[in-house]
Design a binder for this molecule. Structure first.
Ligand code: SF4
Length: 187
């Protein structure tokens, strides 16, 4: 089962794929501004929340898609990320799906005890066109993650990734909504 964890909301547009950001669109329908970035009140500790019986609401083995209305590596979220990492560390039985348009910020914002990467984190970069593919995948290949993938959404131009598959690091390639619980990713 797939669920969503949004520890913060709002984002800054940073590349071509942001032009028609779905989060900005949804916020505009509520007369909100998507560039208003804030830490969510009730949602921040969602992976640790429990029901009345004391059981985790997010069950063991589930996958949580993280920051679907923002970007986990957004600069404006730097003060909140360490706490989010600690929550991810406390749920090794849950898979956390991270997707970013900012892989250049990742190396400097991993937790101190990251080592070679945590088994429960699935790291993905967005490849909406060839320019961003050639920019982000080389960074992806250098980063210490146990599980790596790419998301081709929104497709706004032809994309070839064949040059990068030979390294055997990319576990999955997702396109708009595919294998994604039908949810529309923001980034
Ligand atoms: S949420 Fe995603 S698509 Fe929207 S502005 Fe941020 S990075 Fe861009």
């Amino acid at each position: 089962m797939h669920d969503i964890w949004n520890p913060w909301h709002g984002c800054i547009k940073c590349s071509e794929g942001c032009q028609n950001c779905y989060m900005y669109y949804l916020d505009s329908l509520r007369d909100k501004d998507g560039s208003n970035i804030y830490r969510t009140k009730t949602g921040f500790k969602y992976p640790l929340s429990k029901d009345r019986q004391g059981n985790y609401k997010v069950k063991s083995g589930e996958m949580l898609r993280v920051c679907m209305t923002s970007d986990f590596f957004l600069e404006e979220a730097d003060d909140w990320r360490d706490e989010a990492w600690s929550i991810i560390e406390r749920r090794p039985d849950v898979k956390f799906f991270l997707l970013t348009k900012r892989p250049d910020r990742v190396a400097e914002h991993l937790p101190f005890n990251w080592g070679g990467g945590w088994e429960n984190v699935f790291f993905n970069v967005t490849c909406e066109n060839q320019k961003r593919t050639d920019e982000r995948i080389p960074i992806l290949l250098e980063l210490p993650f146990k599980h790596k993938g790419i998301m081709c959404a929104p497709f706004i131009g032809p994309v070839s990734i064949s040059n990068y598959l030979k390294y055997g690091q990319i576990e999955q390639v997702l396109c708009d909504g595919e294998n994604y619980g039908g949810a529309r990713p923001c980034h």
